[in-house]
Ligand binder design. Structure first.
Ligand code: SAH
Ligand code: SF4
Ligand code: F3S
Length: 456
């Protein structure tokens, strides 16, 4: 048991320092949001964050379970830290996020060095769990809570960079047959509209220029309005766009099945919405889409993209594709390639199907070899890359408005910025430009980034 002194409240506000913590995060933006809120919560409880894990009193792991490889990462990381002497028997390890909810008490057997298991819905109880473990030495597994409880219990968010994630709904009720998310994050529930707007106003007051609304399927947002009615995602978009200081608005993820005309109208009406939208298609084969329980056909998807492109001709579309879903034939894969060539995605994230325990697809026969799936994945990725490069080349010589996000990772003398269509631009400029929007001319196209010069 670690000899960590529990939080001591002296006069209601002043708290003694109770130790240091380090947060490691894997997975989607919803986890990044949760990890940031955990940082605020730990700081409010008197803990001090460490960028490096070595020597931290508490290590908090915010994990992803979407594919087996994602899940393995946390366990591999703990072993690596143990071998490197980064952690020792005094380190309090708290594993949270989607693996926490998925495996719950099994985790204590899988990895005995873990003291606390929490889930996406119980992150707000973490300081209490740590004090309790520190006082008693009894391990804790606490993964169940109401979907929105954490949002009410977390302190106001701290100051971050110029772009902020705002979770608008927790969970997912779609239950696509391959996906573990509905079982790790639970049934879908939307946050009340005013809570979201208040959070955005706080971000703007901290200098945030770009808001990214998050949910597993933001189109189905149905939060309550202040007068007790049910809102819609399109309403929320108009409300957020009306907040003074929000200069760029993004949202992810939009599911093709509930991409209604009111959302397309909002994209048309609101220039603050970025020229980039991520709409995962998963497959181009109607037979596979049906087995995935996606509730749309590849032609529905084609029509949807047509409508969005008519509403906003400059928009860049990215997608997710799963290769090798159980029973996927070469004909099914050819349909996916046909769709990719029809839509010409700006970018795509593609994955080999990973069997997730407890999901309906895990029961299906899966006769195709991993080798064959890998070959198909390679063919798909080559094509997606070809289109990504084509769009980047098309940006050469154009003028773009970018949000300067920070210092470039590769060269400290350069800045890193992002275009409306989500391309990273490297430029020369003073660090004082960080957090501002500037116009740049695109002067060079590199593999995954662009080079730009600030317009004087
Ligand atoms: N809510 C989003 C997706 C979230 S998960 C949506 O419905 O679009 C992110 C991506 O992981 C999915 O789009 C899918 O392509 C991939 N994915 C999910 N489960 C998977 C599995 N079992 N195997 C491989 N990829 C998977
Ligand atoms: Fe998973 Fe489907 Fe929900 Fe996306 S919409 S999180 S793929 S169940
Ligand atoms: Fe992973 Fe959970 Fe997000 S499984 S993709 S971290 S919702």
């Amino acid at each position: 048991m670690a000899d960590i002194t529990t939080s001591l409240k002296l006069d209601g506000n002043l708290k003694m320092q109770v130790g240091t913590f380090h947060v490691a995060v894997w997975g989607c933006q919803m986890n990044v949001y949760d990890a940031d809120r955990i940082r605020d919560l730990m700081a409010a409880s008197g803990y001090v964050e460490q960028v490096e894990p070595r020597g931290a009193d508490v290590i908090i792991l915010v994990t992803c379970a979407v594919r087996a490889k994602a899940e393995d990462k946390v366990f591999n990381q703990i072993s690596a830290w143990r071998h490197q002497g980064v952690i020792n028997e005094r380190t309090i390890i708290a594993l949270g996020g989607c693996v926490g909810a998925e495996l719950a008490d099994q985790i204590l057997k899988l990895e005995p060095s873990i003291a606390i298991v929490f889930g996406p819905r119980t992150a707000h109880r973490l300081p209490h769990m740590i004090s309790s473990y520190a006082a008693t030495g009894d391990k804790i597994v606490d993964v169940q809570a109401e979907a929105l409880e954490k949002f009410d219990a977390l302190p106001e968010q701290g100051q971050r960079g110029p772009s902020a994630f705002v979770t608008i709904m927790e969970g997912c009720s779609n239950k696509c047959s391959y996906c573990i998310v509905p079982y790790t994050r639970g049934e879908e529930e939307s946050r009340p509209e005013q809570d979201i707007l208040d959070e955005i106003v706080t971000h703007v007051a901290h200098g945030v220029k770009e808001i990214n609304l998050l949910g597993q399927n933001v189109n189905s947002y149905r939060g309550l309005t202040p007068d007790g009615n049910q809102s819609r995602f399109s309403n929320l978009l108009y409300e957020v766009a009306a907040i003074d200081g929000v200069e760029r608005l993004r949202f992810t993820t939009s599911n093709p099945m509930e991409f209604t005309d009111d959302i397309i109208a909002a994209i048309h009406d609101l220039p603050v919405i970025a020229d980039y939208i991520h709409i995962p298609v998963q497959s181009g084969s109607d037979r596979i889409l049906k087995m995935m329980r996606r509730n749309y056909t590849s032609d529905d998807y084609r029509r949807l993209i047509d409508k969005i492109r008519k509403a906003r001709p400059n928009i860049y579309i990215s997608t997710d594709i799963i290769v090798g879903f159980p029973g996927e034939t070469d004909e099914d894969f050819a349909e996916t390639m046909r769709l990719v060539n029809d839509i010409k995605f700006d970018s795509g994230f593609s994955f080999i199907y990973s069997k997730r325990p407890g999901t309906p697809a895990a029961e299906l026969p899966d006769p195709v070899s991993l080798e064959h799936k890998k070959q198909n994945l390679y063919v798909l990725q080559e094509k997606l890359e070809e289109y990504a490069v084509m769009y980047s080349q098309g940006m050469l010589g154009t003028r773009q408005r970018v949000l300067v996000e920070g210092i470039s990772r590769k060269n400290e003398q350069e800045l890193k910025a992002r275009t409306s269509n989500n391309r990273v631009v490297i430029l020369e400029g003073a660090p004082s430009l960080i957090g501002t929007m500037v116009d740049v001319d695109i002067t060079k196209v590199m593999t995954h980034t662009l080079k730009g010069e600030i317009v004087r």
